[in-house]
Write a protein that binds this ligand. Structure first.
Ligand code: SF4
Ligand code: SF4
Ligand code: SF4
Length: 278
């Protein structure tokens, strides 16, 4: 279990707790304000902030370590994610009142792609509020629970990683489907600048008796968590985010997801490579 399960999960996975999707939380004025300006803020600041952080990391490592610690703490309070496999993403869809498909702000900022509609707002009615969608307004689409699940399966087939996101923690306001253009991926995995999301509550395993060594799983894994040796693939457990997308790439059905062991203190590891910077 991650630390959010301890803080917001009532002894369960925190994203299985209905309260974390509630209208009561959503109606909080400060949260409404945060959501209203979320997209323009990301569009305006994300690229500059990433560049600044990378520069500080290179030139002033001691200062960077302090900023990283404070930045992670700040993100945990306002906008933090967790990877979830397809089956948990489908359960989340069942728990929410409404789903709105919207263009992906990360892909717009990091790759200039404004039409990639991979982001689902959960419980947030964009028509009944004054959220500032900036130039993503035309992408809005209210979708049924069945359509959302069908899209999730399609995204899973395409190797996109599902994750949930808080809008002022603990309210869960988005379910995302990401490739490596995701800003969280860039910040946490690619550039190792700051933590933005927990790994899933699972880890993958390959059955060596079934693996044919085709390497399809290795190609689809966004986290370089699969290694190839002696004609077979195996999982590097410390790198695995538990997203589960490698499973559908494997026609030999050699890959399974296991629930992660609970570590002492009840928290799962965030990113194994963050230790290198501390
Ligand atoms: S988290 Fe993923 S789906 Fe959501 S906006 Fe970013 S890249 Fe798009
Ligand atoms: S996709 Fe399946 S069979 Fe192919 S290398 Fe990976 S685990 Fe082995
Ligand atoms: S090895 Fe882990 S991180 Fe990579 S695709 Fe499979 S479940 Fe996801």
């Amino acid at each position: 279990m991650c630390e959010f399960c301890t803080q917001h999960g009532e002894g369960r996975k925190w994203y299985e707790v209905m309260q974390n999707y509630s209208a009561e939380l959503l109606n909080d004025k400060a949260r409404q304000e945060y959501i209203r300006h979320f997209i323009p803020n990301v569009q305006k600041n994300a690229r500059t902030n990433i560049a600044k952080l990378a520069w500080i990391k290179n030139h002033f490592p001691a200062v960077y370590r302090i900023i990283r610690r404070l930045g992670t703490k700040h993100m945990k309070n306002i906008h933090f994610g967790q990877v979830v496999p397809l089956e948990d993403a489908e359960k989340i869809i069942e728990m929410v009142q409404s789903i709105t498909r919207v263009a992906c702000v990360c892909r717009s900022v990091s790759a200039g792609k404004k039409n990639g509609r991979y982001c689902f707002l959960l419980g947030i009615d964009p028509y009944g509020s004054d959220i500032d969608f900036a130039d993503l307004q035309c992408s809005l689409e209210t979708i049924s629970h069945a359509k959302a699940k069908s899209l999730l399966r399609e995204f899973d087939q395409a190797g996109l990683v599902h994750s949930i996101w808080t809008m002022k923690t603990p309210f869960i306001g988005a379910l995302c489907n990401c490739d490596q253009d995701c800003l969280a991926y860039k910040l946490q995995v690619e550039k190792n600048l700051v933590e933005m999301m927990f790994k899933a509550e699972y880890v993958a395993e390959i059955n060596s008796k079934l693996c044919t060594g085709c390497r399809r799983c290795q190609k689809i894994c966004q986290f370089q968590a699969i290694t190839f040796k002696h004609g077979q693939c195996s999982i590097i457990e410390q790198k695995c985010y538990g997203c589960g997308v490698c499973r559908q790439a494997c026609t030999a059905e050699a890959i399974v997801l296991h629930p992660k062991k609970i570590l002492a203190g009840g928290c799962s590891l965030l990113v194994e490579n963050s230790a290198a910077d501390n």
